[in-house]
Design a protein around this ligand. Structure first.
Ligand SMILES: [Zn+2]
Length: 386
């Protein structure tokens, strides 16, 4: 009750001011009398816990004009913050219906009403209102951003892109728009590979750091047997985001399967390891060295990197060298048990984590299911991860 009284203070203050202003004009006596009655009735409603009726009366009591509009807007905004969105909608609709507003005030009120509808999940009504003011002065850019968010939640990527592209180039949306193009490519299926690749190239043109577009494009080339092009796009990831390199190691190795010369792959892995790409890159390089009968170099590499970046994954793999050398059955059994324990630990740890909200899981999600941010979920680093 006290809280609501406090909320209605601006209206009460405006009322006092209104009365003062009107009292100067003798011909307004009747209206004053009417207003006094409404004011007392409104207070009665408040005191008897009938807040809805009180709000209705207060809205009716103070005419919306250029002097009182800010008070009405502030009250509506307070109601929305308290979660009483229906009251906010009522006030905003009242402002739009009953007053002579400037263009700026009109657009601002439409924007606020659209936010009300959005807050209660009436997205189609919010969408229609935002469309009216998108791109116009004052609130046009915010309205366009809201439209992008709405289309994103509806998974209407074409509309999301078309509105996002109306925003200024430096609006900070490039990362998202690139992901929208990736979504379009993703939803096309395997058949329309040309169109898929067109979307993915567009994504990379908009955001050259888009790891997802590079990986998907590489997969397209790989599926067509164009391994050299696939390799180029997989390797792009090293320049885009070192934390994501572990994602391309398996398909990259597959691309080199039928190639007799694996030197370029070795160079790539050495650079990745040197830059700290993580345990998976170290293990892949070590396996490549073992294939070339360089087992000692492989072991030394793993040990050096394990000291540099300790991780359970690296330790698990490094134990293979000791197991291979263990001659005594007892020592071998102990090592096997130790490796098994480490393996169990690894199995229960999540592989990916969102750097924005901390949501973790075992599947790479390009859009975090929890905080909805794009491209923030990455392989876990450190002792428990890469
Ligand atoms: Zn998140």
């Amino acid at each position: 009750m006290l809280e609501l009284l406090f909320l209605l203070l601006p209206i009460a203050a405006a009322y006092g001011w209104y009365m003062g202003r009107r009292s100067a004009a003798q011909q307004q006596q009747d209206q004053q009398q009417q207003l006094s009655e409404k004011y007392v009735a409104g207070l009665n409603f408040l005191l008897s816990d009938q807040a809805d009726k009180a709000v209705d009366l207060f809205i009716e009591m103070i005419e919306v004009d250029s002097d009182t509009i800010d008070t009405h807007m502030a009250l509506a905004s307070l109601f929305r913050k308290r979660g009483e969105v229906e009251k906010a909608i009522k006030i905003h609709q009242n402002i739009l219906e009953r007053s002579q507003l400037s263009q700026e005030q009109h657009r601002q009120t439409i924007y606020e009403l659209a936010r009300d509808f959005s807050a209660v999940g009436l997205l189609d009504r919010a969408e229609a209102l935002y469309k009216k003011i998108a791109g116009k002065k004052n609130v046009g850019e915010q309205a366009t951003r809201e439209l992008v968010a709405i289309y994103q939640s509806m998974r209407d990527w074409h509309s999301a892109i078309s509105y996002a592209e109306k925003l200024p180039v430096d609006c900070g949306m490039a990362k998202q728009v690139a992901q929208f193009y990736c979504q379009l490519a993703d939803e096309l299926g395997e058949q329309k590979i040309e169109q898929r690749m067109k979307y993915l190239r567009k994504a990379l043109k908009i955001d050259s750091q888009c790891v997802r577009a590079s990986i998907m494009l590489a997969q397209c080339y790989q599926s067509q047997g164009q391994y050299q092009s696939a390799i180029e796009f997989y390797q792009q990831v090293l320049e885009q985001d070192i934390d994501m390199v572990s994602e391309v190691l398996v398909p990259l190795t597959q691309c080199y399967d039928d190639m007799p010369d694996k030197t370029p792959m070795q160079h790539f892995l050495m650079t990745a390891v040197e830059r700290g790409a993580g345990a998976s890159a170290v293990i892949t390089l070590a396996e490549l060295l073992q294939e070339q009968q360089l087992a000692q170099d492989a072991e030394l590499l793993e040990l050096t990197q394990l000291r540099r970046y300790p991780s359970l994954k690296g330790f698990f793999h490094y134990m293979d060298y000791h197991l291979a050398r263990a001659m005594e059955p007892e020592a071998k059994a102990s090592l096997e048990m130790l490796q098994q324990l480490v393996g169990q630990q690894l199995a229960v740890k999540p592989k990916y984590r969102c750097s924005n909200c901390g949501f973790s899981g075992n599947v790479l999600q390009w859009q975090c299911p929890s905080c909805k941010s794009w491209g923030e979920t990455k392989p876990v680093r450190g002792l428990d991860g890469e």
